[in-house]
Design a protein around this ligand. Structure first.
Ligand code: FES
Length: 322
């Protein structure tokens, strides 16, 4: 079973009309487990229905200060209730069960330039990075993309830390006024690393701009907030597990991983977003539609791996080495 920790909410910050900052501390004031910029916590949130929702929130505070973690939570009114419950029911003094810090979005140790691109609540892991980079006097620039200025959480602190290295980009909700990513990546200093965290569209646009500008994939770092919604064309299929002989039905709106877990088959996994590669599984037979962001062409075509948390069958059954 995964290690967890109980943390107490010591402060709630009303950062914007829809974003709250939650400051979490050890109940007895002890130092918290160490983390590096880019890390997140999985938080167990009790819902009104009595169910427990598990949500991942990036840590926005400084890794150098282990007295607390700062999380930023956007209230998603059309979401499944986790963020709404955090806003409605979690106040000062509330105990929360959290994972230990996990990090799939760590800073490269030495880069000539760190190009940070945040979309909305995606600022949280990048704020932790800005704290580290500013204190190390590293070369960085931060593009903080929001609809309007009032949507920009933690702005005073970011301006203080980043100074003239911050560009606040307000598009007013008009896609034609989005930041020019091709120009950003084209004009970045040689051998820079780019870090993007924001809505899926922004992350994918940066990944595509990186390909157009011939950036090596290992210098394009990204973190998605949520699992991908099912595509309209997704259909149900079956997975045959070669080692155990089990057959598992995968519904059109569930992942192979969730179907496996439903059948008490527990492969290694973590992010559930096609980013960490932990759930990579060998495909013995079948036609795979790859949707991950981590496997190389060799992984897919020569090692026959697939990420079962996001990728699916293109047609027909799949036989997996499980
Ligand atoms: S669990 Fe991370 S890629 Fe599948």
């Amino acid at each position: 079973m995964e290690a967890s920790q109980q943390l107490v909410v010591s402060k709630v910050i009303h950062a914007t009309p829809r974003i709250r900052g939650f400051v979490l501390r050890h109940p007895e004031g002890k130092p918290l487990p160490a983390f590096e910029a880019g890390a997140h916590l999985d938080v167990s949130i009790p819902l009104a229905s009595g169910e427990i929702a598990l949500r991942s929130y990036s840590i926005a505070s400084s890794p150098a200060d282990r007295s607390h973690y700062l999380l930023g939570v956007l209230r998603e009114d059309a979401g499944k209730g986790g963020s709404a419950a955090m806003h409605a029911h979690v106040g000062v003094g509330r105990l929360l069960t959290c994972s230990l810090p996990k990090n799939h979005f760590a800073l490269a140790p030495q880069s000539p330039h760190y190009l940070l691109i945040a979309g909305g609540i995606g600022i949280t892991p990048l704020l932790s990075m800005v704290r580290v980079l500013a204190s190390a006097k590293s070369d960085f620039s931060l593009y903080y993309c929001v609809r309007n200025g009032e949507d920009a959480a933690f702005l005073d602190e970011i301006e203080h830390l980043a100074g003239c290295r911050l560009t606040l980009h307000c598009d007013g909700g008009d896609p034609s006024r989005s930041v020019d990513l091709d120009a950003l990546l084209r004009d970045a200093p040689p051998r820079a690393d780019v870090y993007v965290c924001g809505p899926r569209g922004l992350n994918e646009a940066v990944i595509e701009a990186g390909k157009r500008a011939n950036w090596p994939p290992q210098r394009v770092h990204f973190e998605f907030f949520a699992t991908a919604a099912p595509a309209a064309s997704d259909s149900a299929f079956r997975v045959v597990l070669q080692q155990s002989g089990q057959t598992v039905d995968v519904a059109r709106d569930e992942s192979i991983l969730d179907a496996l877990l439903r059948h008490n088959v527990e492969p290694l996994y973590d992010c559930k977003r096609g980013e960490c590669g932990l759930c990579a599984t060998t495909v013995i037979e079948g036609d795979v539609e790859h949707r991950d962001y981590v496997l190389s062409p060799e992984d897919r075509n020569e090692r026959n791996l697939m990420c079962v948390c996001v990728s699916r069958s293109k047609r027909g059954d799949l036989i997996l080495d499980l």
